[in-house]
Unconditional design. Structure first.
Ligand code: NAD
Length: 250
């Protein structure tokens, strides 16, 4: 457990899965947390869970694919908590499962809007706020599919590869001004994003792709995110860190 007392953390997609695990990890460490999500019911539930555990959180209903709403997300966080120290740009969707030659144009646009443009919009407004206060830490949620491909997921694979590159570019822009910016590459993690749509056969298949023979847990990703956002990770920026149970080792 890292010490986040006195820090303000923002987590997009914070109402479910990996994002919610990050929210709880920051809150347990003493941070005040802005939970950003487009799912209002889940957002309210997550805020309630943090407060029940003795933490401090607010919910901001935001679609990260809307740049104006993302700008307001940063302003609202600072209005509520006075600062922004940590941002985890995690909101994402899986999109349709089709090979490139039949992938729908609308489906492509939607995945790029959320999984890539959403990350850019977030950094576009988080960075000036962090620079104004002299520093900050950003983690962008990529995937193992930010470095290897996966059949019938062209938009997702392209967006996640782009997030890894965007993270490197931003880290180079601001490394001398007190900002650290990294990306994280989880293997297949048991969250509503996947779990809902997986039959037993697919779960077994996906489990077998990892050296450890199983899918990951959200808390195992949150543990890496927390380290990257902690004071202990002071020399880490521009990196892409895998938490994949050995998926990419073969
Ligand atoms: P999840 O579906 O459990 O949670 C995602 C959350 O993001 C949901 O609460 C959803 O409402 C929110 N969200 C989606 N689109 C949004 C938007 N436009 N604006 C605001 N909120 C939005 O999914 P998860 O598995 O926890 O995924 C979180 C991130 O981790 C995603 O970026 C995903 O691509 C990435 N990831 C997941 C896995 C996995 O196996 N589950 C693996 C690698 C990377």
């Amino acid at each position: 457990q890292y010490d986040f007392r006195g820090k303000v953390a923002l987590v997009t997609g914070g109402a479910s899965g990996i994002g919610a695990a990050c929210v709880h990890t920051f809150a347990r460490g003493g941070a005040k947390v802005a939970i950003v999500d487009r799912n209002q019911d889940l957002g309210a539930q997550t805020v309630a869970a943090v407060r029940e555990a003795g933490g401090d959180a607010i919910f901001l209903p935001v679609d990260v694919a809307q740049s104006g709403a993302v700008e307001a997300m940063v302003t609202d966080t600072i209005t509520a908590f006075g600062q922004l120290d940590i941002a985890v740009n995690n909101a994402g969707i899986g999109g349709e499962s089709n090979p490139t030659g039949t992938y729908s144009i609308e489906g492509w646009q939607t995945v790029i809007d959320v999984n890539l443009n959403g990350v850019f919009y977030c950094m576009r407004y988080e960075i000036p706020a962090m620079l104004a206060q002299g520093g900050g830490v950003i983690v962008n949620m990529a995937s193992i599919l930010g470095t290897v491909g996966f059949a019938s997921s062209p938009a997702y694979v392209a967006a996640k590869h782009a997030v890894v590159g965007l993270t490197k570019a931003a880290a180079l822009d601001y490394g001398r001004q007190g900002l650290r910016i990294n990306s994280v590459g989880p293997g297949f993690i048991k969250t509503p994003l996947l779990d809902g749509g997986l039959d037993d056969q697919t779960q077994t298949y996906l489990s077998g792709l990892h050296a450890v023979g199983r899918m990951g847990e959200s808390a195992e990703v949150a543990a890496l995110v927390a380290f990257l956002c902690s004071a202990e990770a002071s020399f880490l920026t521009g990196g892409y860190y895998l938490v994949d149970g050995g998926y990419t080792a073969q």
